[in-house]
Design a protein around this ligand. Structure first.
Ligand code: GLN
Length: 542
């Protein structure tokens, strides 16, 4: 029997609902349950694929090629369960489907309405593709009281009637602020937010209260009384030093236990939390530290590089070192010499990105890394920039560039108009729609013998996730390889370069895919582990 846990948020946004859901998923999994996590986002975009990283943070890509909310990254990092297209939905997608059906006449003359048509579509999404799971956790984006969120709340309200109380539980995340001038914790915002939920017919079972200090019993009793929940179901969610501590702290507070009890389960096996204890020990007691410069475009918005930042932390865990990340805006290198800033870092990483702004700065950063033997990791755009740099300065191809940018003279990086996915041909047009027209999701890559890539992965074929329009042009492969840039990973049909490396360099690797999306704290991605290992070696030299 699949049970459903609905996670809503109140008072303010950014309380960490995604993390809370992910940590609860991890705790249930640690008790032996099979879990799946999904996100319902009330905005009108069909998916976050076309949204600016400044506004919405990173776009998380799934194996099956969906462009989703970054919370799905948390889910995967905490549970190891690969997210799917069916784990992410938005108002835009729901309405798109409904309007398509209406135009086809599928509603047989009925007036199409929010209730029941939109709510039915939401419920269908919640219930789909859940076979074999013990718990499905559904996080509702936004904050209770938002206009856009109403159909979603209405749908999950109906689900309690449809499925019964034994198969549904509502967890509500709120904020209990401390007011220094009064010297008091305030429960009123929580009371109001629960009142709002109850006014639409949802009585939360468990309240998870974010607070910068332990909430005293007297205050918990007050919250319980006003919000109509049991005393022990008011849980303090304390701020913590590392996000990987969240499952442990929640468990100490009894969170997973009260959630299970809300379903009438009081004999669940105790969780095995050794994995999380291990991770936290590595993060909190490192044996050294290294500094990595991330030369990117969206450096002012940390959420834009969420998975990347976590993957670097995982690389640190693998090597038992603390990772200091220096976020550097690539654009500054268009005016100033990058050597000043980069000569003493232990590794340089150029991440993915779109558009021309800052690209000459990224090329300059790749050059410093190559010429000064500083470990370099180029991801997607970061690989393309490293290839352009090598083309210009190693292979002597003047004007080498990418056709993504105006006035490109020699397209060493260009747009492929068709490529294979399995046995199917995928096509793309210049000037087509921006949304959903990229090479997206998981593709195989063959690793060439006697290369670093092959050694790092210890495999001949790997699968990695993609999100890009442009590819390295294989026409230039012979010239580039002669100049010292080896194509060490290729698509099985050898048309799409996936990995390049410089064998003469201590660690210089560019990948066309996004390895950061697959890294987990309990299973650091091999490339990140190896890159940080190289950075540790570098730190002993400088
Ligand atoms: N803009 C580049 C492309 O579309 C790189 C994309 C990326 O870094 N994710 O190919």
């Amino acid at each position: 029997m699949t049970r459903f846990i609905f996670v809503t948020g109140g008072v303010v946004s950014s309380l960490g609902k995604g993390l809370a859901s992910a940590a609860l998923g991890a705790l249930l999994q640690a008790r032996g349950y099979k879990v799946r996590l999904r996100k319902l986002d009330p905005y009108l975009n069909v998916d976050p694929g076309t949204m600016s990283p400044y506004q919405h943070g990173e776009v998380y890509v799934t194996d099956d090629g969906a462009e989703t909310d970054l919370d799905l990254g948390h889910y995967e990092r905490f549970t190891g369960v690969p997210a799917r297209q069916s784990d992410s939905v938005t108002t835009g997608r729901i309405y798109g489907d409904i309007i398509g059906k209406e135009r086809r006449g599928d509603y047989l003359g009925a007036t199409v309405q929010v209730i029941p048509h939109v709510t039915d579509a939401i419920k269908k999404f919640v219930l789909a593709d859940t076979d074999g799971h013990d718990f499905v956790l559904c996080e509702i984006g936004g904050t209770v009281g938002d206009i856009e969120g109403q159909p979603f709340l209405e749908a999950i309200r109906q689900l309690r009637n449809d499925l019964g109380a034994a198969r549904t539980a509502y967890v509500h995340l709120t904020l209990v602020p401390y007011i220094p001038s009064a010297g008091e914790l305030k429960t009123k915002p929580t009371q109001h937010s629960v009142k709002e939920l109850r006014s639409i017919g949802i009585q939360p079972d468990v309240l998870l209260c974010r607070c910068d200090r332990e909430i005293p019993e007297s205050e918990k009793r007050k919250i319980a009384l006003f919000c109509n929940v049991r005393n022990e179901n008011v849980i303090t969610a304390l701020d913590v030093g590392t996000i990987y501590e969240v499952p442990l702290r929640y468990h100490e507070q009894g969170f997973d236990e009260v959630v299970l009890r809300a379903f009438g389960i009081d004999n669940a096996p105790a969780p095995d939390l050794s994995v999380w204890q291990n991770i936290v020990r590595h993060v909190k007691e490192p044996e050294g530290e290294v500094t990595i410069a991330v030369v990117g475009k969206y450096t002012g918005m940390k959420d834009a590089y969420k998975s990347l930042n976590e993957a670097l932390v995982h690389g640190g865990i693998a090597n038992n070192v603390k990772l200091n990340v220096e976020w550097v805006d690539a654009e500054i290198f268009e005016a100033e010499d990058p050597v000043q800033k980069l000569h003493d870092v232990h590794g340089i990483l150029v991440p993915g990105g779109f558009g021309e702004r800052g690209t000459e700065g990224k090329i300059a950063a790749a050059r410093v890394a190559r010429e000064r033997n500083i470990p370099y990791f180029g991801i997607c755009l970061g690989m393309q920039m490293a290839v352009i740099e090598a083309a210009r300065h190693l292979a002597g191809i003047d004007g080498a560039g990418s056709s993504e940018f105006p006035n490109c003279k020699v397209p060493v990086v260009g747009m492929m108009t068709e490529w294979l996915r399995g046995n199917e041909l995928e096509k793309r047009r210049q000037g087509g729609d921006l949304g959903g027209t990229m090479r997206l999701g998981e593709y195989p890559c063959d690793l060439m013998p006697r290369t670093r890539a092959r050694a790092v992965y210890g495999a001949e074929r790997i699968m990695e996730r993609h999100r890009h329009r442009y590819e390295i042009n294989t026409q230039f492969q012979p010239q580039l390889e002669k100049a010292g840039l080896v194509f060490s990973g290729m698509s099985p049909d050898r048309t799409l370069p996936e990995i390049v490396e410089i064998p003469e360099h201590p660690w210089f690797v560019g990948v066309q895919f996004h390895p950061e999306l697959k890294s987990k704290p309990f299973e650091p991605h091999p490339l990140f582990a190896s890159f940080v290992e190289a950075a540790v070696k570098q730190s002993r030299l400088v």
